[in-house]
Each structure stands twice: as structure tokens, then as C-alpha cells.
Design a protein around this ligand. Structure first.
Ligand code: SER
Length: 316
């Protein structure tokens, strides 16, 4: 990768990835884009509506990029609330991005998710290649997206790559409308109120990962030797399998009087229960050396520090 266009650059992953890429590949080599302009763009920024057929293509061509990292998408709970809009953004945006990559001969990354699995998928140690019959619009989009990326590779030779992200936890940009968002909110509430009411039930395990590991995985996969890749898209990756009470226990090591209680949201609980408890990431390890640096305790220590600083800054 030398010159990279990022779509969805103001989103949960995009806001941190863009900064990270700028420091590795140089300010002028990263073109951030999103549907709206930020108040103070930090570097090169373009407005792109990914659902408009040619907008990604035009900007990729204008800057002569060699890579598209396509992140613009709706998350699971939002997609359940607006399924048709989710189809238009998640699938319409993806096919437009892939077309741009095909026309301009670009490398291509887009994330899939643990949401690409469904209730009939094996829940524990979920294999890389397994049954995928998701029951959410987000899941339908993600499976179709995985297949579409494989198709653009095998049919047109586009260098498509991707991972299935677990729930991502970060202190920079809040996720919006995901099922795993509780695992971010819990840290803010721990600092603010020493108590958190979880909309996901006790005992509901899902795979999770700290954002620095997610960013590292994107770059590592994109720079991996293609000869080693037996899969191209949708590599299972994970750093931990955790339920709400595991976050509470990790937080209590720093804030002993922290308490968690539950007020379960049936929609997000239903989505969570349709996803795996713990996925198997051995293909990613073997084919491109994936490894997560943060477990739940390392992540919790860092999250609490960073969120505390942030809250202090914002209230100063
Ligand atoms: N974190 C995402 C969500 O909850 C899963 O990919 O929707």
C-alpha cells in the first residue's frame, strides 16, 4: 500500500485507522472520506456517498490511489431497525467500491464480522469455513459481502482481502448502533457512575478485540505475502470471548465498588444469541501471522486510563 482511500473514515474504525495510516504511510498518502465533512478535517478529506455509483471511483482516480479500505456501513442493530437502508449502504456501497477497485486495478480491504454467522453455526471454536445462515440484515449483508469480495478476486483478479471482526472496543470514536456497543459503554459508565446497566444478558459471550489490535490486523493482512493466503476474505480473528460479567470483573480490579446490573434489550440480545460464543482464528494465524496483543485485563487497564483522561478533558 502506498496511497490509500478510506471510506467511512469518520466511523468507529475509520477515525482511528486514518490517523494510524497517516503516521505510517505519510499525511499526503491517505485520503479520508465519509458522507459528511468533519468540523476540522485533519488531512486530505473528500465527501463521498458510497451509494452513488461513481463517487468512490472518481475520488480514487483523482488521487491515483493504489488501495481502497472500504469501511462505510451500518452496524447490526441499526441495520435491523432500517433493513432496506442497510442493504443500500452495505451492499450498494460495497459493489460500487469493488467496481472502482476493478476499474482502477486497486488493492481492496473491507471488514466482515462475527455477524456473518447465525444460530445454526457451531457456537464454540467456530471454524473458519462453516455454516453461515445469519438471521439479521447485517449478517445477510456480511455473508453476501464476503462472497462478493471472493468473486471479484476469482472472476476479475481484484486483490481483495478482509477479516471477520469481533466486537471492537475503543476510547476514541464511539460505535453507533452495534450489538457489541455495551463493551465500550461499560467503561464510560464505570468512570462516570461506578455502575452500568447492560442491555446484553449475563452469560452472553461474544468475541471482542481492542482497537489497536484491529488496526494492526488490517495493515498486517494488507501487507501480507499473497502467496501465503489460502483464504482472501473473511478471516476469523479474535482477542477474547467475553460476557458482560467478565468486563465487570476486569473493571472491579481497578474500581472495586463497580457494579453491573441488567435490563436486557430483546432485539440486541436476540442478535447476540445468534452469533458465536468464541471463534477460531487459526487460519489468520497460519496464513498471515495474526496475533492479538491485548487480553481483557490489558485492554481494561488501558481503556480506564484513556476514558478517565478523556472525561476529565471534556469537563475541563
Ligand atoms: N460490532 C458489530 C456490531 O455489533 C459487529 O460486527 O454490529
Amino acid at each position: 500500500m502506498k496511497k490509500i482511500l478510506v471510506t467511512g473514515a469518520l466511523g468507529q474504525i475509520g477515525s482511528e485507522l486514518t490517523e494510524n495510516l497517516r503516521s505510517t504511510y505519510g499525511e499526503d498518502n491517505i485520503i479520508a472520506s465519509d458522507i459528511r465533512r468533519p468540523e476540522q478535517p485533519a488531512g486530505i478529506f473528500e465527501e463521498i456517498d458510497v451509494t452513488k455509483e461513481k463517487e468512490i471511483y472518481e475520488i480514487a482516480k483523482k488521487y491515483n490511489v493504489d488501495t481502497i479500505i472500504h469501511l462505510a456501513a451500518l452496524l447490526s442493530a441499526k441495520a435491523e431497525a432500517f433493513p432496506k437502508v442497510a442493504w443500500e449502504i452495505n451492499m450498494g456501497g460495497l459493489v460500487n467500491a469493488l467496481e472502482a477497485a476493478k476499474e482502477l486495478n486497486l488493492k481492496f480491504f473491507t471488514p466482515s464480522s462475527i455477524g456473518a454467522f447465525g444460530p445454526s453455526t457451531p457456537k464454540d471454536n467456530t471454524p473458519q469455513d462453516t455454516l453461515q445462515r445469519p438471521t439479521t440484515m447485517y449478517g445477510v449483508n456480511k455473508v453476501a459481502g464476503e462472497l462478493l469480495c471472493d468473486y471479484y478476486y476469482s472472476r476479475f483478479g481484484v486483490d481483495t482481502r478482509g477479516v471477520r471482526f469481533p466486537g471492537l472496543i475503543s476510547h476514541v470514536t464511539a460505535p453507533g448502533g452495534g450489538t457489541t456497543d455495551y463493551a465500550v459503554e461499560v467503561y464510560y459508565e464505570a468512570i462516570r457512575k461506578k455502575t452500568y446497566t447492560s442491555y446484553i444478558a449475563e452469560g452472553t459471550r461474544m468475541d471482542m478485540m481492542y482497537m489497536p489490535d484491529a488496526l494492526h490486523a488490517i495493515v498486517q493482512l494488507m501487507e501480507a505475502n499473497p502467496d501465503r493466503l489460502k483464504h482472501r476474505n473473511a478471516f476469523n480473528i479474535t482477542a477474547m470471548s467475553a460476557a458482560p460479567e467478565h468486563f465487570a470483573e476486569a473493571i472491579q480490579k481497578h474500581i472495586p465498588d463497580f457494579k453491573i446490573d441488567y435490563q436486557v434489550d430483546p432485539v440486541r440480545q436476540g442478535i447476540a444469541e445468534s452469533w458465536p460464543d468464541a471463534i477460531n482464528a487459526s487460519a489468520a494465524k497460519e496464513e498471515w501471522g495474526f496475533e492479538a496483543a491485548y487480553d481483557i485485563d490489558d485492554m481494561t487497564a488501558d481503556m480506564l486510563d484513556k476514558v478517565r483522561e478523556k472525561i476529565k478533558r471534556n469537563s475541563a
